[in-house]
Design a protein around this ligand. Structure first.
Ligand SMILES: Nc1ncnc2c1ncn2[C@@H]1O[C@H](COP(=O)(O)OP(=O)(O)O)[C@@H](O)[C@H]1O
Ligand SMILES: [Mg+2]
Length: 312
């Protein structure tokens, strides 16, 4: 659905000033039917990349294809939907009028517009507000009408720039539900975000970009690894000598009442875990819980962003 090869963008900031390389040699591939998350901290080059793909700005070098066509193909625009990072809304239009305006841009007939608008307004949960002017909309409602706008042409590919940013947890959940519905109806969704839990809940594959450079790309489960990164054990009634022994072995632990929580790197089958369980049981204590933790997207993200900061 999207492919880039060495895509790059350099902004010149005036004569005699240093130029800014916003995107460096980006190689990316978004496949049909997937929800693809484009992650990176502020200033990483996400919006710049999306704008190049949408044909709003020109790459300095490199190539990109959308739906198999090179950038600049006008017909492709009929088959994609786009929500900018800071969309502009015509304040005095009602939700329905706003969508009707975009429907006209795509030359939809009156009947088509009426049907699509009705469905979309329902889908994004704004049916009670369809005749309310957008200036009275909350941020979350504007974001939802913005997504409806991006869908008015029934696109195959939906590109959303930070669709969840600035929303409260309920607002984010509503947008997530819309994105899941899109995937279920066979669309491909490519969205940028720096909100990691949302990405973790939604995406099939992700790319992490830091300072214009692609740092990681792949299936979320593969990037995070099926492997467990640490195991947390809660033990009860194990007595002071065993607590001391655990401390002496250098494990991280904390105590609450007669319970102790110990964290051990590795998986549950690790010898260290077995050793601690044995120590606890031998001293007459018991194992209350044993919880394996996988690496989180946040750990992966912080590892990449942190590394880059050190280089800088
Ligand atoms: N029109 C522009 N002129 C000059 N610099 C820009 C322009 N647009 C973006 N940049 C710079 O490019 C970098 C990437 O910005 P952006 O793509 O907006 O990042 P993100 O969307 O990941 O937060 C930033 O350093 C930003 O200041
Ligand atoms: Mg941005």
């Amino acid at each position: 659905m999207i492919r880039t090869e060495g895509l790059a963008k350099e902004f010149s900031s005036g004569i005699g000033k240093k130029s800014i390389v916003a995107v460096r040699g980006l190689d990316l591939e978004v496949r049909k039917g997937e929800i693809f998350g484009f992650l990176g901290p502020n200033g990483a080059g996400k919006t710049t990349t999306l704008k190049m793909l949408m044909g709003l700005i020109y790459p300095t070098s490199g190539n990109a294809w959308i739906l198999g066509k090179a950038l600049g193909d006008v017909d492709v625009k009929n088959r994609i939907g786009y929500l900018p990072e800071h969309p502009y809304f015509y304040d005095y239009l009602t939700a329905r009028e706003f969508l009707d305006f975009y429907g006209r841009l795509f030359d939809l007939t009156k009947a088509e517009r009426r049907e699509r608008i009705e469905n979309l307004i329902l889908k994004v949960g704004l049916d009670r507000f369809q005749d309310v002017q957008l200036r009275k909309f909350s941020k979350g409602m504007l974001q939802r009408i913005g997504i409806a706008q991006a869908l008015i042409n029934d696109p195959e590919l939906v590109v959303l720039d930070e669709p969840m940013s600035g929303l409260d947890p309920i607002g984010r959940k509503e947008i997530r539900d819309v994105i899941l519905w899109l995937r279920d109806s066979g669309k491909t969704v490519f969205f940028s975000s720096h909100i990691l839990p949302d990405v973790e809940m939604l995406c099939d594959r992700v790319a992490i970009i830091v300072k214009g450079t692609l740092r990681d790309i792949g299936r979320l489960d593969e990037l995070l690894g099926e492997t467990v990164s640490n195991v947390e054990m809660v033990l009860q009634g194990i007595g002071e000598p065993v607590v001391t022994a655990i401390g002496q072995r250098g494990y991280r632990y904390s105590t609450v009442g007669d319970k102790i929580a110990v964290t051990v790197a590795g998986d549950a089958a690790d010898d260290k875990v077995e050793e601690i369980v044995r120590l606890a049981m031998d001293s007459g204590g018991k194992v209350v819980s044993l919880t394996p933790h996988k690496k989180t997207l946040e750990e992966l993200f912080v590892a990449h962003v942190g590394e880059e900061k050190e280089v800088a």
